[in-house]
Design a protein around this ligand. Structure first.
Ligand code: SF4
Length: 365
């Protein structure tokens, strides 16, 4: 058995032979015939990655070509109506993915000239693109040296490294991500990154299975710390997550833009959060429980421009908030309800705003 040799990530020993073995195995034994593997077009790769997030490959195989036939380019998807997009997504489930997909296409067209950004870091700024999806697109399409770490990959790497930290904790997920970066091939060609990234996916999907992993067929079994300790069943370590309630909040970011002839600053409608409750006493845009309620509240406003920003996840002790900011620009100096006041943009810095709301105003276009 080959012992792990010292690596360079966080002072922890890493099996440096992992990447070459995985690449060689993927080229010979991995999956090669999936339709989204025949392209390096970021639009097609992104579409497949989003569809595969919570859906089996066998199901995606039916939806992917239909979707592409209807929307062959990111421009076509951006121009489609949400009804058209939802109709083609129907049956795939997790419909927020479809809404984000549509918004992301619109953002790529409006903000990036119809071309997906090439780095994982930039891709992560787009609606619905998380760290692992961004890494997959950047590695597959541009050969970027960056690691995917989705649920399957976490399972593989936690066994390989006998990683005993609790993966229910965000800090542990970050630590494993650092180790995943340390395992990457040292100076990979773009083709190496394609094989490596696909290899991680294939290993998790076909060999290092959740229950009853096929260790005897595994290309890295002689490097695997869990296997060496006969403790594969102990990994990944994941405590039962604290039960948190999930809530979606729709934030109406109402922006009053003065006429060009007027030199007053733009203003925002803010309300003080009621007590008791979340963010009690802080200032916040009006909150609605659904997009429909937000739209209804706006019915008297002639909005010049309505922009959906990508959703923002925010964890509280007993709640997981998903914030959906909708930026509405208007010239009508009229509130949406009696509660609240207009605040000059320049005064926002001095106001008590919840952290994600402050961040939201900072990233307003
Ligand atoms: Fe997973 Fe077994 Fe391979 Fe270890 S040896 S990575 S547990 S399949």
């Amino acid at each position: 058995m080959t012992p792990a040799v010292p690596g360079s990530a966080g002072g922890r020993e890493l099996p440096l032979d992992f990447a070459p073995r995985l690449i060689a195995w993927q080229r010979q034994h991995g999956r090669h015939g999936l339709p989204w593997q025949q392209t390096r077009d970021p639009y097609r790769v992104w579409l497949s990655e989003v569809m595969l997030q919570q859906t089996q490959v066998s199901t995606v195989l039916a939806y992917y070509p239909r979707f592409l036939a209807a929307f062959p380019t990111v421009q076509a998807l951006a121009q489609a109506s949400s009804d058209q997009v939802m109709a083609l997504w129907a049956g795939l489930g997790y419909y927020s993915r479809a809404r984000n997909l549509h918004r992301c296409a619109q953002a790529v067209v409006a903000e990036h000239g119809g071309v997906f950004p090439s780095s994982a870091q930039q891709l992560r700024t787009l609606p619905g693109i998380g760290a692992s999806t961004a890494a997959a697109i950047a590695a597959f399409c541009h050969g970027e040296r960056v690691s995917i770490v989705d649920g399957n990959v976490r399972r593989v790497l936690s066994r390989l490294l006998a990683f005993d930290q609790d993966l229910a904790q965000v800090a542990s997920q970050r630590a494993l991500w650092d180790l995943a970066q340390g395992l990457l091939p040292e100076v990979p060609s773009p083709d190496d990154m394609v094989a490596y990234t696909q290899g991680l996916m294939d290993l998790g999907a076909t060999v290092c299975l959740r229950s009853k992993p096929l260790c005897e067929r595994c290309p890295v079994n002689s490097l695997c710390a869990a296997q060496a300790a006969n403790a594969v069943g102990q990994y990944p370590v994941k405590s039962k997550a604290v039960k948190r309630r999930h809530e979606s909040w729709w934030l109406l970011v109402l922006r009053l833009r003065p006429p060009e002839t007027d030199d007053t600053a733009e203003r925002f409608w803010l309300q003080r959060r009621p007590a008791p409750g979340i963010w009690a006493g802080l200032y916040c845009p009006p909150v609605f429980a659904s997009e429909e309620l937000l739209t209804a509240a706006l019915s008297t406003h002639a909005a010049e421009d309505v922009q959906h920003l990508g959703p923002v996840a925010h964890s509280l002790t007993h709640r997981e908030l998903r914030l959906h900011p909708v930026v509405v620009t208007t010239a009508l100096d009229q509130p949406v309800d009696s509660d609240g006041s207009w605040v000059n943009a320049s005064e926002l810095a001095d106001l008590g705003l919840p952290t994600p709301v402050r961040a939201l105003y900072r990233r307003l276009p």
